[in-house]
Design a protein around this ligand. Structure first.
Ligand code: T3D
Length: 259
């Protein structure tokens, strides 16, 4: 049973809703663990073919709950990241199903980093992004230093990290921080429709695409070519590959099952 998130599966989509709206869905240790667990659960469940991560209320996620780390004693930043945040962020990569961040409102600090660790980012026109770390004298963490420069380029990444200024959804779309922006009134239905469409794709190929492209970011051409050959062997042995080819020959839409 989850307490800080709501986990619901319907029509092949697992919707994970961060549910601390009064605190702008800021992270507690329990929420870090529950998100990690929810991703593992979705990975194991053959009924789930896409994951949609969103926030309850006005915010997506405001980063670490600063109420949890105040006080006179020195915060164990290293321990906190190693034990709570890093395993959660790594789980996004390990989950071989598409993960969509449906960014309904502000995404700040580690909440922004987590959105960057998702495969696709959809934003409401009321959403915004704040690389808030510098505003409290910290360094981007939770994969922010890895994903942000890869997504928007080093120049823009440094600007966002140095200034900690708020970026609107419109600007986020312009700089490639998000894939799509939808009006707030129909955001949840648009995001769900997007997720359902991805859930109908050949899920094993999608998982292999994700793994191969992420590995490709770290490897040279020769190694990537090798890995593509390996991934293609795996994809080519799926029922969805056979269905895809048959559907093409039959001149009909493919009916993928994720097998
Ligand atoms: O120990 C460590 O810190 C290590 C881990 C680091 C990882 C990190 O994530 S560090 C970064 C932590 N996050 C922040 O610094 C963001 C702090 N929040 C903000 O800058 C702003 O609240 C926002 C830009 C997110 C939103 O601004 P705005 O003006 O739309 O809303 P607001 O009025 O500031 O906040 C609304 C409520 O949410 C408010 O509560 P109240 O007064 O209505 O009862 C505010 O206190 C609460 N809230 C927002 N962010 C946090 C939070 N409560 C706890 N922790 C938060 N991070």
């Amino acid at each position: 049973m989850f307490e800080t998130i709501v986990y619901e599966v319907s029509e092949a989509v697992a919707v994970v809703t961060m549910n601390r709206p009064d605190k702008f869905n800021a992270f507690t240790g329990q929420m870090n663990r529950e998100i990690t667990e929810a991703l593992k659960q979705a990975q194991k469940d053959p009924e789930v073919r896409c994951i949609l991560l969103t926030g309850a209320g006005r915010a997506f996620n405001a980063g670490q709950d600063l109420g949890e780390v105040t006080g006179d004693s020195q915060v164990d930043f290293g321990g906190m990241l190693r034990n709570r945040y890093n395993p959660m962020i790594l789980q996004f990569q390990k989950t071989e199903k598409p993960i969509i961040a449906a960014i309904n409102g502000v995404a700040a600090g580690a909440g922004m980093s987590m959105a960057l660790a998702c495969d696709i980012r959809l934003a409401s026109d009321k959403a915004s992004f704040v690389n808030a770390f510098v505003n409290i004298g910290l360094v981007p963490d939770s994969g922010g230093c890895y994903y942000l420069p890869r997504i928007v380029g080093i120049g823009k990444a440094l600007e966002l990290a140095f200034t900690g200024e708020k970026v609107s959804a419109e600007e986020a779309l312009r700089i490639g921080l998000v894939n799509q922006v939808y009006p707030a009134e129909r955001f949840q239905e648009e995001a769900l429709a997007y997720a359902r469409k991805l859930a109908m794709q050949p899920t094993r190929a999608i998982g292999l695409i994700k793994r191969t492209m992420l590995k490709g970011l770290e490897m040279g051409l020769e190694e990537t070519l090798q890995y593509e050959a390996f991934a293609q062997e795996a994809a080519g042995s799926t029922a969805d590959y056979k269905e895809g080819v048959q559907a093409f020959l039959d001149k009909r839409a493919a009916r993928f099952t994720g097998r």
